[in-house]
Design a protein. Sequence first.
Length: 279
Amino acid sequence: MGSREEMLLDHLTKKTGHMDIDLDLIKPRSKQPRWVFNDKKIQELADSIKEHGVIEPVIVRPVSGGTFELIAGERRWRASRLLGNKTIPAVIKEENLSVIQVKVQSLVENVQREGLTPLETAMAIKDIMEESQKSGKKMTMEEAGKLLGFSKVRVHQLLNILKLPGDMLEIFCDRDDFNEMHARALMSLKNHPRGQKELFNKITGENLTGQQATEWAGRYLSSLPAQSALTKMTGRWKKGFDSFQKEYRKMGLAERQAVIKEMEEFVAEAQRMLEGLKE
């Protein structure tokens, strides 16, 4: 932008807090917290904007070519375009914001004003933590929480959602009726894949509420037979093995071959032990 344009932007934003910007000059971020845009809700928002106008300005930052990148307010931007509006009120942030600052602002604004799903919030937190790691500093859950106004426990709860199986996450990405109670109910069955899948099918097929899903998971767990000492030992081993797999992916070819050989010997020993129990 030229100096005259910069002075005009500065004057307008200082005087009013925002300015009207041509909708065609605003481009949504390629990776923003909200994934799902419900057409019905966008239409409802458009009807409200038609009646009352855009009450809360969108948030943008200047980018190259005299255009703006949308930080927060994509639902309002979409609804305004649907109405055929030419401009939208916008608050203009600093041009030199870092990638992490943009993502943090986008997430905070979306959480407060746009009603993100827990899954969208979790993915945005993960994205911010990964971006921090790219810049050479690993961000802890506690640091992420302070940055976003969440407790460490809250960040942990949200990130836990991402431990659900990929096929479940993929379907929930396309739905806006999935809440955190659904996720917790499913996560409570993480050691029981068959039960977890059955509950998932009920949630998606029978539209169980979060409370109903939680109650179903509780009944399922109560119906399971008491675990033997061997079952508990196997569970601990599986948990340790899942953690070990992360280290395995970092190993070289020779190390991997050695691990595979050890695993084959372990499986053979386990098979001998099983045969001994059958005698």
